[in-house]
Design a protein around this ligand. Structure first.
Ligand code: PLP
Length: 430
């Protein structure tokens, strides 16, 4: 399989190059040149397969030409060392829980898969740069922790990441360095992008990206949509199934839409935004107008210029009506997130996190009679302990996995949002 750039100005890349480079030479995102369709028989039997078997079939459709089946099976099985169960929240509304991995957020699947793929392709030393608005940093850092020959640099906006999120990548040490940037998430993303475009820096260090722009991170996220569908089918609830994804940088929903193009029979999708409503407005007006990111209590979705928009745009032939035929949008304010968490807890006994709350709200408001809804719960509520406790007024129990991170000692480097500062720091590491 070859990968082209969404900006159309860079040569095609093979999988190895797309994974190791992350971003194309023209700053575009890599896209597979074709979307393989999965056979009818796969969907007929999917309800009787395991998560790993389902994921292997999906992975093999994309990566099978480039990775021998045995290696790919091992990478998939190592990645999926935990389940993503569906649970009933109320009549017609189900959740797909994506927070059972090591860092308790959905980005674990992409982070773990990419670490294993990069190690498979890359035998020399490489530096992974990753900008995070919250959960990416911990998923990538934990996915790569202790992987020989790989150094990870996590850039995060100072004061805009919850203390629990922060400790998941600042306390690891070993091959993981945390860098606190005096700015917002978009500054972190800009610094990383500039570093990749800096010919001088790239001649001195081998750099790669682990943001959701990397094909090895975003494509494997499609696994859990197939698995969510399989579980709903087993329950006899897969007809007119609507999938709602809380979205920020749009990597997660983009992987769901890839699934849809491969034949996954969801009837439609909803992209739930917080107050960062760029995509919602795009669907309404047909114009994509990126803006500065706004801080919300669903902070992992505070993105003002979602990178993966370019992929969705390409996937639907650069036609807004095509996108509208499959995807609708919603925007959920902090106030409504708070009310939603309280309400769902009171009436259903199900505790949402602020991101999942956007998904639940958008689904509940958008579901039509006869449809069944499945929304992604993208993080464990305990990751946002203070916010959630202030809403429901009772203590939220911290799972043991999370408590273990909080015992570690925070180590991070503070830098300005100026690129020259960042470059000076990186080159001091050579
Ligand atoms: C990253 C993240 C999101 C947004 O996912 P995108 O792929 O960036 O759209 C939603 N919820 C949580 C908890 C996240 O960490």
């Amino acid at each position: 399989m070859k990968y082209y750039s969404t900006n159309g100005q860079a040569p095609m890349a093979d999988l190895r190059k797309a994974v190791v480079k992350g971003l194309a030479e023209d700053r575009g995102l890599y896209m597979p040149e074709r979307i393989p369709a999965l056979p009818r028989s796969f969907f007929d039997n999917i309800q009787d397969m395991t998560f790993q078997e389902v994921a292997f079939e999906v992975a093999n459709a994309f990566f099978g030409e480039d990775i021998p089946a045995d290696d790919l099976r091992r990478i998939v099985n190592d990645t999926l060392s935990f389940d993503c169960p569906v649970k009933r929240v109320e009549k017609d509304i189900w959740t797909l829980e994506l927070f059972h991995g090591p860092t308790l957020a959905f980005k674990d699947v992409g982070g773990r898969f990419m670490a294993r793929l990069l190690q498979y392709f890359n035998k020399e030393s490489v530096n992974v740069l990753v900008a995070t608005s919250g959960d990416t940093g911990s998923a990538v850092a934990n996915g790569f922790l202790g992987v020989e020959g790989i150094n990870v640099y996590v850039l995060y906006p100072k004061g805009k990441v919850s203390p629990i999120q922060e400790c998941q990548f600042t306390t690891l040490g070993r091959n993981i360095s945390a860098i606190e940037i005096d700015g917002v998430f978009d500054d972190c993303q800009r610094l990383v992008k500039n570093a990749f475009m800096d010919a001088d820096l790239n001649s001195r260090m081998k750099l790669t990206s682990a943001n959701s722009i990397n094909v090895a991170r975003f494509l494997p996220q499609s696994f859990y949509y197939f698995w969510g569908y399989a579980q709903m089918k087993k329950l006899g609830l897969a007809d007119r199934l609507v999938c709602c994804v809380p979205s920020g940088n749009f990597g997660n929903i983009c992987s769901a839409l890839f699934g849809s193009k491969m034949g996954l029979p969801f009837s439609r999708f909803i992209a739930a935004n917080n107050a960062n409503d760029i995509f919602y407005k795009f669907l309404q007006t047909g114009e994509y107008r990126p803006g500065a990111s706004r801080q919300t209590i669903a902070n992992a979705m505070d993105v003002g210029d979602p990178s993966n928009f370019a992929r969705i745009w390409d996937l639907y032939g650069k036609d807004v009506d095509n996108i509208r035929s499959m995807v609708s949008g919603a925007t959920v304010s902090d106030d409504v997130i708070r009310k939603t968490v309280a309400e769902c807890w009171k009436s259903n006994g199900y505790l949402l996190d602020p991101h999942g709350a956007c998904g639940y709200r958008a689904l509940k408001d958008g579901l039509k009679p006869g449809e069944t809804g499945l929304f992604c719960e993208t993080a464990h509520p305990a990751k946002f302990k203070d916010t959630i406790e202030s809403i429901i007024g009772t203590p939220v129990e911290i799972p043991a996995k999370l408590a273990a991170f909080m015992k570690g000692e925070k180590k991070s480097v503070s830098l300005s949002a100026d690129y020259e500062d960042f470059k000076r720091y990186l080159t001091s590491k050579i």
